[in-house]
Design a protein around this ligand. Structure first.
Ligand code: UD1
Length: 344
């Protein structure tokens, strides 16, 4: 019998890629998503890639009775992967109550049904934002968690604390928190990818939209950081590599490969690249020119962050190995595909 995995936010960017990997690795998936930041067509696309249509439930995780009803209808769920959350840093500063309310209540509700329905395993979508600007690079899992500089970041920290405390008190629940660095790219089929609403906030969607002509120029936020070319350094990880790490995490929990009830892993490539490195690699990989101009620093941005991935490499048996050129080409193919569909 296939093992059932509940995927919250499964029609979103990282969620949809993870559902594909789970299905291709023999799991059954049930997606919960209220589609506030994704499209129902993603289900057709997942089916096109995998030949399997995931079960789908359209509701808000803050609605506990609906979540309980869902767990009644799908007995024997073995694991939950929890992606569903609000994630825009700037918006979280303007709407803290919405962010705390949504991201924390959904986490609490999930843990509550895990206890009630005896669902034993949880994988959580966390972020390297919990480290702030680290004093030492690369960042290991032992690097200190710094006070969050946005309500969004704080919801990731508090969610990890809620998980840790609950797991310590409730027998039969184990969890892994995955701290992502900067996820980019798209599935190589170009059928699923990132769909930013309105003007993109993240670097790669802004690059692809500039290359295709929707944006006039990429604004490079700051070239006076203490980095070789002055622009900010990040650890850009391919979304499919990232999705595969979730399968490894689930298998680790299901197969009892760990005695620990709560673990944290950094998910990145281990390599820091500057904004201009990414722009140049994109141009080389796609043959497209990217207009860009240097602007002042973006408030709240840090200079550099990249991961030490030793723990994930050793314990999960996982490594991000997609070359950046291939990842950026997949982002470009996805961008072209979205525009083609819009023009049809
Ligand atoms: C941001 C969030 C982070 C979140 C992540 C999710 C902030 C401060 N951090 O990470 O908490 O987990 O998204 O994906 O918002 N850049 C430009 N021009 C652009 C866009 C970005 O120069 O138009 C630069 C940024 O200054 C930064 C790098 O590109 O140096 C990456 O930026 P971005 O993709 O927004 O990710 P983060 O800010 O690292």
């Amino acid at each position: 019998m296939k093992k059932k995995v509940l995927v919250t936010g499964g029609t979103g960017f990282i969620g949809s890629h993870t559902v594909v990997e789970l299905l291709q690795n023999g799991f059954e998936t049930i997606i919960i998503d209220d589609l506030r930041n994704s499209q129902v067509e993603v289900l057709d696309r997942i089916q096109k890639i995998t030949g399997i249509r995931p079960s789908f439930e359209n509701f808000d995780l803050c609605d506990l009775p609906k979540l309980q009803d869902c767990c009644h209808r799908y007995p024997d769920i073995q694991a939950v992967v929890h992606f569903a959350a609000l994630k825009a840093v700037g918006e979280s500063v303007e709407k803290p109550l919405e962010y705390y309310g949504n991201n924390l209540i959904s986490m609490i509700n999930l843990l509550q049904v895990m206890r009630e329905f005896k669902i034993p395993n949880l994988v959580f979508s966390s972020s390297c934002t919990v480290y702030g600007q680290p004093d030492l690079l690369p960042v290991t899992e032992h690097s200190p968690v710094k006070p969050a500089n946005s309500p969004y970041g704080n919801t990731k920290q508090i969610s990890e604390e809620i998980m840790r405390d609950t797991i310590a008190a409730v027998e039969g629940i184990k969890a892994i928190s995955l701290r992502y660095f900067n996820p980019i790219g798209a599935h190589e089929s170009a059928l699923i990818g990132e769909l930013p609403l309105g003007t993109p906030l993240n670097l790669v969607p802004y690059i692809t939209q500039t290359a295709i002509g929707i944006r006039e120029e990429l604004r490079v936020f700051g070239n006076d950081y203490d980095t070789p070319d002055g622009t900010g350094i990040r650890d850009y990880i391919d979304v499919v590599d990232l999705a595969r790490a979730h399968v490894k995490a689930i298998e680790r929990l299901l197969n009892n490969k760990t005695k620990k009830n709560f673990e944290v892993f950094n998910l990145g490539t281990g390599k820091g690249l500057s904004v201009l490195d990414v722009v140049k690699t994109f141009e080389k990989a796609t043959g497209q020119k990217v207009n860009y101009k240097i602007y002042p620093r973006r408030p709240g941005d840090i200079s550099s962050v990249y991961a030490d991935t030793t723990l994930a490499n050793q314990e999960l048996g996982w490594k991000a190995d997609t070359p950046l050129e291939k990842t950026l080409l997949s982002a470009w193919n996805w961008e072209k595909n979205i525009r083609k569909k819009q023009n049809q």
